[in-house]
Write a protein that binds this ligand. Structure first.
Ligand code: GRF
Length: 212
């Protein structure tokens, strides 16, 4: 059975979804860069080992990432899952976990990399928003895409309503992506593209606003 380590910085709702999804893997540890991350308490309640590597204790990204990797490797993970981990990682760190480091991002990448995605979507008047699970590469928020979910942006949406509806979809696609990885149903190919052993095709369109 594959082992996974989850990295968080905050409330940890995606992490909790992974802990409760009955995935075919062992969740070996949850690690945070912040000691006050709410998700650490949730992980402990689920009986999962936790650790803190506080970025504030390190002079630069290189030394923080080296300490983080050392802590991660104690648990010998096959897959490292970023779930609301709010630190930019160095190329050295990312390359160390090539093909086994994944992230969830609250936009339909490659649109809206970075922060404040919901506010930017509303500002631009975009009609379809979404979330993306992708392999992490040194190019921030641009790694090979594993799975995406799209939602309509509604007339009266606020940042909060949009974020809440999107989070529901995040909680659906992240366990799916981790399940695929744990069952060797997907891999990152040499060409930088995601290969699916059993490709599934979506057979419908999301039109927003809807047709009459
Ligand atoms: C999620 O919206 C995720 O897409 C982004 O950070 C947020 C983390 O939320 N990377 P949570 O900590 O999983 O609740």
């Amino acid at each position: 059975m594959k082992r996974i380590v989850i990295l968080i910085s905050g409330r940890g709702s995606n992490m909790e979804t992974l802990l409760t999804a009955k995935l075919p893997c062992q969740i070996a540890a949850v690690i945070s860069n912040r000691a006050d991350a709410e998700g650490l308490r949730i992980a402990s309640e689920h009986g999962v080992a936790t650790a803190v590597v506080a970025h504030k204790d390190f002079a630069d990204r290189e030394s923080f990432d080296a300490a983080l990797a050392k802590t991660i490797d104690v648990y010998h993970p096959d897959v490292v899952v970023l779930a609301g981990f709010m630190r930019i990682l160095t190329a050295g760190f990312v390359n160390r976990y090539h093909g086994r480091l994944i992230n969830i991002h609250p936009s339909l990448l490659p649109s809206y990399p970075g922060v404040h995605t919901h506010a930017r979507v509303l500002e631009d008047g975009v009609k379809i928003h979404g979330c993306t699970v992708h392999f992490v590469t040194p190019d921030l928020d641009h790694g090979p895409i594993i799975i995406q979910a799209a939602i309509p942006v509604l007339q009266d949406d606020t940042e909060k309503t949009l974020a809440d509806r999107l989070l529901y979809q995040e909680h659906r696609i992240y366990p799916q992506a981790v399940r695929w990885l744990c069952q060797d149903q997907i891999e990152l190919g040499q060409d930088g593209k995601v290969r699916y052993r059993f490709p599934k095709q979506a057979g419908y369109a999301l039109i927003s606003p809807g047709l009459e």
